[in-house]
Ligand binder design. Sequence first.
Ligand code: DC
Length: 242
Amino acid sequence: MTVIDTSKITRDKGLVVAIDGPAGAGKSTISTRLAEALGYVYIDTGAMYRAVAYLVAQRGLEPNDEVSLKDLCSNLQIDLVATGTGLKVCAMGEDITEQIRTPEITRLTPQVAASSAVRAAMLLMQRKLGESGGVVLEGRDIGTVVFPDADVKFFLSASAEERGRRRYAELQLKGIDADLAQTIAAVRERDQADINRAEAPLKQAPDAVVVDSTQMSIDDVLELMARQVKERQQIRKQKGND
Ligand code: DC
């Protein structure tokens, strides 16, 4: 268990908001909009793992070769740049925003994310990015491992069927041929990989606010979450005035 050096956590820019949950629960959309509404920085930690997977593929490394992965992580530059139309993701200075969303990288990322060398490197980067506060971090292990003392923690979920249906609708919109049953099965498969891995598995923090979005609209989810954050901001303000 890594102990956070709390003396470095100033939180002078605002709260640390952690949003965890399985793939396809709407985390990215919600996190982007929540960060926008709060004037906070949005940190997509999944995109960071995808960026590492991209470099692994580009350099022809084996995802289970810990020595090579450790070496890769010893000189790693990943930047998340906010643009008007979403996050730009760069690795070693190269814009790889589109490349990290291909099926190949999506398949490779869970394998790379299972590496303890990669997780240790991401942990440090993510803590650095969030230590001043004023951030919404989205991922699988933010409230449990990266920021166990986050000011507000959410666990955003939805049934596997619903997440599969949403993914299927997205694919159809993009004109990509897919099968609904197979899409739902793929969602379940990714859940199992995230839940069962040894390092920082996907799990609910005991103090997380659980939001089941199966039957909720994005606006309803956003309203509920923004209310929780505002309440926490209020409490913090009162404490500051005491
Ligand atoms: O959220 P996403 O689908 O972009 O995440 C990509 C992969 O990275 C997914 O397999 C889960 C993994 N991941 C992780 O292990 N820890 C995080 N904090 C975020 C994502």
